[in-house]
Design a protein around this ligand. Structure first.
Ligand SMILES: [Zn+2]
Length: 245
């Protein structure tokens, strides 16, 4: 299934890194940096903005405001159906289409769709480690970084269908209800590793535009890509032209 392809997982990883570390549009400042004259530093992405990227990649996610109480072994964890029974704790979005069983397979193995500020903070740390891979100068360095990530995060590959609710696919996190950050780091490192082996190059990079530095995927066969988007390339050409003038 397409959503479980290696390339789709890597694209998801890059999009999540972009929203986690660079919350604004391409060409804008990184999250945590002043957004411009008169703007204060941003505090990083909102839970909703990260949830929107997860949803765009087919995950079911329920944003939760605030941190902590619903996380991990909290009272709602694995306590009941997450589908269709009414609004989630955020009072809004119903889970749609994530790797979540309509009913828990059995107590304790239900996936938790809830995403809170603690999850986003942990995912940001994971994103910082993943963009180091994309920033590596070559495949040797990237492979070393990926091996360290996999050794520290990934578990033995296992097949799951989430209780028959999705096609069989491989996970390298510890369990179906692993925390978002663990799932994100392990699955992303695995996808980037497979693509590095397939293409014998770093499977992406960071935008060469100094004001941007957003991550991108680069699986083309030609010369390496340098910019995250068409928006950034002309910006740099204009700046280079001005500096020569
Ligand atoms: Zn860019």
């Amino acid at each position: 299934m397409k959503v479980h392809s290696t390339k789709a997982m890597a694209a998801r990883a890059v999009d999540l890194c972009a929203v986690l570390l660079y919350a604004g549009p391409p060409g804008g400042p990184p999250a945590g940096m002043p957004a411009g004259p008169g703007a204060g530093p941003s505090a990083g992405p909102s839970v909703e903005s990260v949830a929107a990227v997860l949803r765009a990649h087919g995950e079911t996610v329920v944003p939760v405001h605030g941190a902590g109480p619903l996380h991990g072994a909290g009272p709602l964890h694995g306590a009941g159906p997450v589908h269709g029974a009414g609004p989630g704790p955020a009072g809004g979005d119903l889970p749609v289409g994530r790797d979540v069983p309509a009913q828990p397979v059995s107590p304790g193995v239900a996936m938790s769709p809830y995403l809170d500020e603690d999850d986003v903070a942990a995912m940001r740390e994971a994103a910082e480690r993943l963009v180091e891979v994309l920033a590596a100068p070559g495949p040797d360095e990237a492979a070393g970084l990926l091996n360290r990530l996999l050794a520290g995060t990934a578990r033995p590959p296992r097949l799951t269908s989430h209780g028959g609710t999705s096609p069989w696919h491989v996970h390298v996190d510890s369990r179906d209800d692993a925390p978002w950050a663990e799932w994100f780091l392990a699955s992303s490192a695995m996808a980037l590793a497979v693509l590095l082996a397939e293409h014998q190059r770093v499977p992406g990079g960071l935008c060469a535009s100094p004001g941007c530095r957003r991550p991108y995927l680069d699986l083309g066969g030609g010369s390496p890509r340098r910019y995250c988007s068409a928006r950034c390339a002309p910006r740099e050409r204009v700046a280079a032209h001005r500096s020569r003038a």
